[in-house]
Design a protein around this ligand. Sequence first.
Ligand SMILES: [Zn+2]
Length: 429
Amino acid sequence: MSEPRQQTLAASVTLEGVGTHTGKAARLTLGPAEPGTGRRFRRVDLDGSPEIPAHIDHVVATELGTTLGLDETRVATVEHVLAALAALDVDNALLELDGPETPIMDGSFLPFVDAIERVGVVEQDEPARVIEVLGPVQVADKSGPSYVATPSDGLRISATIDFEHPAIGRLFGSYVAHGERFAEELAPARTFGFRADAEALRARGLALGSSLDNAVILDDDGVMNPDGLRFPDEFIRHKVGDIVGDLALTGARIQGHIVAERPSHAGNMALARTLADHALYNGGQPIVDASQIMQHLPHRYPMLLVDRITGYEKGKRIVGIKNVTINEPFFQGHYPGHPIMPGVLIIEAMAQVGGLLLMDQIEDPESKVVYFMSLDNVKWRRPVTPGDQIVFELELVQFRRHVCRLKGVGRVDGKVAAEAELMARIMDR
Ligand SMILES: [Zn+2]
């Protein structure tokens, strides 16, 4: 089977409507973009037309929709247009918007699907990024949503939702969330809300544009919309569509079967993050093991703090694992009876993973050594304790002469434990 190629739109197409939260007119133009650029929003109403990549790293809010932000710029309710683009394999697109929110249209994904199908898509000369689920991946949150992803040929999503409202109740559905099947079975499903919540939302300046024209609205008697529902289980279909839109923020096509229990935008985002990590983490399979690491790093016990390298893109990105056990020498004194990995050693482990990425960038690495010069924006988000596995992901931000900048994050169970920006110099030994 030949590798799938990236795709973009064949031409530009414009949609006009209102923002569901602002209630103001909104105009969105979907247009072609170069291979490798992904899907990007551009705020054409602001000075300098700032852009925000549609990527999980830029998600700033997940209440009542997914909001992207970069510096001061915001774009709200991105999930419906992104679902349509992702479902139709439009990997690269420029999304020009004249305000802080996309137009809600009829509250479904269909107007975006129709617009894309009207202009058509074209193949580009680069392989598409695909995240293939290799083994079971789990995401659970105490607050409710939980997800399991397992291997599958295409993207299938099964979901359960549970609302106390008698018109909804407990619903289950399982769908092929891609291509024509998405367009027919999921795209027409509209967003929904409860009349009882409307006043409180409006008081907070939200849902100002929401109406029976762009949402299914429920009151105590049931569905208020005069024409009723488009599917008897329209609610679950919309939630599945939202998952497609939120997973689009991985920037990759997903191949797997997602089983979601009470999905939410916040939960979808945790799933997106975990799947993105999973792709680099390579199912935990080593691509470089401890003995090979020792050939490339001068560190030895007790200061060698990398066990495996599981993901690697030359000159770009590296993923390494540190398994933390109760036998680590530092736990004896940090602290007796209350073992916590010292924060500076977490950063040291991160730096060692980064060192491996840098060593591969230079000629004659045996005669060189990496000195770290500065750390910025170091944050420890949660303690690391015996039994934890830290997955470090480092990205090479800049490599100029012999000075390089790296951005690193260490996660335990998909949750950020520490992050830092590191600057290093490569010196002769
Ligand atoms: Zn939605």
